[in-house]
Design a protein around this ligand. Structure first.
Ligand code: F1P
Length: 346
């Protein structure tokens, strides 16, 4: 994660992205719609991109599981830009989704980690994430790098379309420079998260809740726990809880709430109260210095403050560490989880 977030990555990634992006920049800026296809963790990065692109560039975005998109009869137009995201660049479902979109004349932009991979070769243009080799099967730093590249794309689109204010753009650019140091600080939470993991290593279910930019992070936290520790976990938008999942909450249910300071903070405070009222055990990821949610949660993990648009780059880290420690304590092989392959090529 650190490697992928150091200046080197941002500069190099930025440069490479420009060479792939610049030629297609006008298409992106004038697109009527952007379709994003991906699987697993890469799909979660796509969901962050939907929020960013719609927020900054005001262009409609649809995010589809490639594994579903390829088999249905989706509407694809020649004017569509399809962003395909894949760490390995070899995922068969994502490749098939690209072929389908290509056959309808859409423009395909790839975001891959593995240089020269099948997806990288089949797309019209693209950006490499250069996150380095993913040693384990479950994607971690690839997610961070994908979100970084997608953030840069959304910022450029917003700036060029005039839908992202210049002052906001400059604020985001300055804050992106601070992210590597903040990632480093977030990684120092390791010992604290190990202690918390000890308390939950025997849990059989977990719920993850987040709002706005932290909703895809909730999904990603749940996926990491499922993938490497084999504990059943579900992520939900916190506001969706009252439409069903709230029935699951009792004193046996750990609920990870990603509640960093942002525009939906007050709303998530009420969600934490709802969980508490049903005796759920709250593990809260909050912004350093928060004084409200820490008084309501059983366990509090403080991460550095950042812009809500960049929050996923930091808030995903404690969730990855939590999954890692729980998996190790349960005797699971974190690098090679059962039933999973690094490249799902069938
Ligand atoms: C997609 C993915 C990963 C997951 C696992 C199986 O891979 O679902 O997110 O962690 O490795 O494959 P990719 O298309 O991003 O390589």
């Amino acid at each position: 994660i650190l490697d992928s977030m150091r200046g080197r990555m941002i500069t190099e990634g930025n440069h490479l992205m420009m060479s792939g992006f610049r030629e297609f920049e006008n298409k992106f800026i004038n697109a009527e719609r952007i379709l994003i296809v991906a699987c697993g963790t890469s799909w979660h990065a796509g969901l962050v991109a939907e929020y960013l692109i719609e927020d900054f560039a005001r262009i409609p975005v649809e995010v589809e599981y490639a594994s579903e998109f390829r088999y249905r009869n989706p509407i694809i137009r020649e004017s569509d830009i399809v962003i395909a995201i894949s760490q390995s660049g070899e995922t068969a479902d994502t490749l098939a989704a690209i072929e389908l979109a290509k056959s309808k004349g859409a423009t395909i932009f790839g975001i891959c980690n593995v240089v020269g991979s099948s997806i990288a070769r089949t797309t019209d243009a693209g950006a490499y994430t250069h996150a380095g080799p993913e040693i384990g099967v479950a994607s971690t730093k690839a997610f961070t790098a994908q979100v970084t590249v997608l953030t840069l794309i959304a910022m450029i689109m917003g700036a060029k379309r005039g839908t992202l204010e210049t002052t906001k753009l400059h604020e985001l650019m300055a804050e992106l420079d601070n992210i590597p140091a903040k990632v480093e600080r977030a990684l120092k939470l390791d010992a604290q998260i190990q202690e918390i993991s000890e308390k939950f290593k025997d849990a059989t279910n977990f719920i993850y809740l987040g709002r706005g930019y932290n909703y895809p992070v909730a999904l990603e936290g749940a996926l990491k726990l499922k993938e490497i520790s084999y504990i059943h976990a579900e992520g939900y938008p916190a506001a969706e809880m009252k439409h069903g999942p709230i029935a699951l909450i009792d004193e046996q249910m750990p609920v990870v709430v990603i509640a960093t300071k942002d525009s939906s903070y007050e709303k998530i405070v009420s969600n934490v109260q709802e969980v508490r009222a049903r005796k759920g055990q709250v593990i809260a990821i909050v912004t350093e210095g928060d004084t409200t949610i820490p008084t309501m949660a059983d366990h509090v993990i403080e991460i550095p403050e950042t812009s809500e648009h960049l929050a996923p780059l930091l808030s995903v880290i404690p969730l990855q560490l939590l999954s890692y420690h729980i998996a190790v304590m349960r005797g699971c092989n974190v690098d090679q989880p059962r039933n999973l392959a690094k490249s799902v090529t069938v």
